[in-house]
Design a protein around this ligand. Structure first.
Ligand SMILES: Cc1ncc(COP(=O)(O)O)c(C=O)c1O
Length: 504
């Protein structure tokens, strides 16, 4: 009402009463009414259906950017501490995706053979915790971290602010390691690298750099559920699945790429990139040369970027051998400025907690904008110093890669044979830390609801956290991902006993 008195002073004469008092009062009360309505729907104490409709709005908005005016109005009108729609969408994430609900169930009631034998067994996180950590532990025992008196890894060199996009010496060590992992067929260069705290951050930066909010990336599905977080949350980019099918071993086809591209652009959404993973998560198959050439040709024709996530390159354990997209760029005539590789040490070295990611690009602008953004996601210099010494130990690296691959292959074989005894078959795979299980015969109905019922049975009756196909945008209900390298043999045996007692 504070506005009304000065307005009365301004509007003198016969119209003063209407213009100075009645009109502002009417406006004021209309505004109060709107404000009350807004508060009711935003309040956490609102009725459940109001809350869920708010949630729906938030989710719908997750793919959009808020119009500036809309946000400014909401800011001005809310008395409650204002939280952006972007942040609210992220805050509510744990409650609506089975991927996160399953994890929370494990955290609430984790299995332990002695302390909690009835607890939930975690089979949904792709980590290599069990198979090869002993090799790294041994190396660490023999190489306690010491600060040299001088050189790129001496205390005085790295204790202050360093290059946020990675120490040059560490980039060199990583370039050599990546070359080794990829069979020595590619010479990676430190000048084309930006280092980030984990490959998730590299993916986030690429989404931010290659598209405007509201633009789309095509992603062959089934795909890694984390892409919906890493690529969308901050950038506002949409991910459009390019479906593949079990009758084709979940391989990418030109027909599916063409169809998805045309339909997306027809709906008014600009496609900017294709995002692929090799070896694939969740299927575990690698992209062969024919498929990589198909992708390169398709992206040349449509003027798209290609992001090739190769974080499992060193975890490819069987033929056909892994082929990096970098190999084809070296030998063919493609526009390399549209090609970007994502790598990291979370999977192949099992060092997810060390948070080391690599964005490798041939595009100078992307390189410099990404370097700028690493201010928000750099790797601590201490981590870089320690890992440089490890990665430069050529003998250790060669032995580790060979032994880790051997162990992964053996584990995969053992897991697949146990699953077969429970009547569950897996898609063909030659890499990764998981198997992609066909559980369609256990669906009560062959539809998404049937898959949810099965997922709940596994989680709440079997106390097994597995990733349901829907989280990976699989179009065939009944496929589940089981991560086999984060549990011990004994825990996996218990998991299989539980599976058998659920279904046999
Ligand atoms: C295909 C893929 N890319 C990226 C990541 C993220 O890895 P990081 O720990 O390096 O962020 C994962 C983790 O599961 C993954 O499966």
């Amino acid at each position: 009402m504070r506005l009304i008195v000065p307005l009365q002073a301004v509007f003198q004469g016969p119209g003063g009463l209407v213009l100075g008092t009645i009109l502002p009062c009417a406006l004021f009360y209309a505004l109060q009414l709107l404000r009350g309505k807004w508060r009711a729907s935003a309040s956490p104490d609102a009725a459940p259906d109001q809350n869920s409709s708010r949630n729906d709005q938030i989710l719908a908005r997750n793919d959009q950017t808020l119009a500036g005016n809309d946000q400014a109005l909401a800011n001005a009108e809310a008395d409650a501490a204002y939280i952006s729609a972007r942040a609210l969408a992220i805050a509510s994430v744990g409650t609506w995706s089975s991927y996160y609900v399953g994890w929370q169930e494990f955290v609430r009631n984790p299995y332990h053979p002695v302390d909690n034998p009835g607890g939930c067994i975690e089979l949904g996180i792709a980590e290599n915790k069990q198979l090869s950590w002993d090799l790294i532990e041994n190396w660490l025992k023999n190489h306690p971290q010491e600060w040299p008196d001088n050189g790129p890894f001496c205390f005085r060199h790295v204790a202050g602010y360093c290059e946020f996009h990675g120490l040059r010496a560490f980039k060199n060590a990583l370039a050599i390691f990546m070359g080794e992992v990829m069979g020595g067929r590619v010479a990676f260069k430190e000048e084309q690298m930006v280092l980030t705290s984990g490959s998730s951050a590299a993916l986030d930066i690429l989404a931010f750099s290659l598209a405007e909010a509201g633009d789309a990336f095509l992603v062959p599905s089934p795909y890694y559920p984390g892409f919906d977080r890493d690529m969308k949350w901050r950038s506002g980019v949409k991910l459009v699945p390019v479906p593949s099918h079990s009758n084709n071993d979940f391989r990418i086809t030109k027909a599916a790429l063409d169809r998805t591209f045309t339909e997306t652009e027809k709906s008014g959404i600009k496609v900017r990139a294709i995002l692929v993973t090799s070896p694939s998560n969740p299927v575990g198959n690698t992209l062969d040369t024919t498929c990589l050439l198909l992708l390169l040709n398709f992206s040349s024709e449509k003027k798209l970027h290609i992001i090739c996530d190769e974080v499992y390159a060193g975890s490819a354990f069987a033929d056909p051998a892994f082929v990096s997209i970098a190999e084809l760029l070296d030998s063919q005539n493609y526009d390399a400025s549209r090609v970007h590789i994502v790598y990291g040490l979370s999977k192949d070295l099992g060092l997810a907690g060390f948070r080391v990611g690599v964005l490798y690009t041939w595009n100078k602008q992307v390189l410099s904008s990404a370097a700028g953004m690493t201010r928000f996601c750099s790797i601590s210099s201490q981590t870089q110093c320690l890992l440089s010494t490890l990665l430069l130990d050529k003998q250790f690296v060669q032995d580790y890669i060979a032994e880790n691959r051997r162990r992964l292959g053996e584990r995969r074989k053992w897991v697949a044979s146990l699953l077969e005894k429970a009547g569950i078959f897996c898609a063909k795979s030659n890499g990764g830390l998981f198997v992609w299980m066909d559980m369609r015969r256990y669906l009560v109905s062959d539809d998404p609801e049937g898959e949810v019922i099965l997922w709940k049975k596994l989680l709440y009756e079997g106390r097994l956290n597995l990733t349901a196909g829907a989280c990976c945008h699989c179009i065939e209900p009944g496929w589940f991902r089981l991560c086999f390298s984060s549990s011990s043999d004994d825990t996996l045996t218990v998991a299989f006993e539980r599976l058998k007692s659920l279904f046999l």
